[in-house]
Write a protein that binds this ligand. Structure first.
Ligand SMILES: [Zn+2]
Length: 206
């Protein structure tokens, strides 16, 4: 029956991780995603890429998207549209490391100047938004809080924002994000969600 087959169609959700790569957290996130066979997207900052190029390679090797999150994570530069130089610099670093040019961009804090965004789009960048915020960066946040927020706000076609780093800081306290992954995956799958890569969702929107 048409109605029942419609109801059985899996809802899609994509996971994304910003502010990496981080030498402690990112490999643990990759390990957790690998265990569940999930492909995600990682929006990396050039300053972090410089410290951990091998982890960027690993992200790509495991089939995830490596997206551009500017070099310095500067809010002011992105907002004023002056971040083009450092975005392209980061893109060049990624191209050198990966030997390919994946043009995905997410501005720091998801906020940026519309002229800057239009320019990036003209250059072939796909801009990746997010609609589920788990406040995983808040001090003292617990894995169960992160899981609960994702469960509460997820809907068909959602892109979940999580963090495997802390802007361009070398040390990031993100172990609760790592611990939250099994809970997020298992509870959303139980709700009928299928994990897809972000480009399957963004491709339709832009
Ligand atoms: Zn960020």
């Amino acid at each position: 029956m048409l109605t029942s087959s419609k109801a059985e169609k899996p809802k899609r959700v994509a996971l994304s991780f910003d502010d990496g790569p981080n030498p402690t957290i990112t490999p643990r996130v990759l390990e957790a995603l690998g265990r569940y066979g999930i492909k995600a997207a990682f929006f990396v900052c050039g300053a972090n890429v410089k410290r951990c190029p091998c982890i960027v390679k690993l992200i790509d090797k495991e089939g995830h998207i490596v997206g551009n999150h500017t070099y310095s994570h500067s809010f002011l530069l992105t907002l004023t549209g002056l971040a083009l130089g450092e975005t392209l610099k980061t893109q060049e670093m990624l191209r050198d490391i990966l030997g390919k040019d994946m043009r995905f961009f997410r501005p720091p804090w998801g906020i940026s100047n519309p002229f800057f965004i239009r320019r990036l789009k003209r250059m072939g960048f796909r801009i990746v938004p997010f609609d589920v915020i788990a406040y995983d960066w808040k001090k003292g946040v617990k894995a169960e809080d992160i899981v609960m927020r994702v469960k509460r706000y997820v809907k068909e076609g959602s892109i979940v924002l999580l963090h495997d780093g802390d802007e361009t800081k070398e040390h990031a306290d993100r172990m609760e994000v790592v611990k939250a992954i099994p809970g997020i995956v298992e509870s959303l799958r139980a709700l009928g969600y299928e994990f897809v890569r972000v480009d399957e969702i963004v491709g339709e929107r832009t």
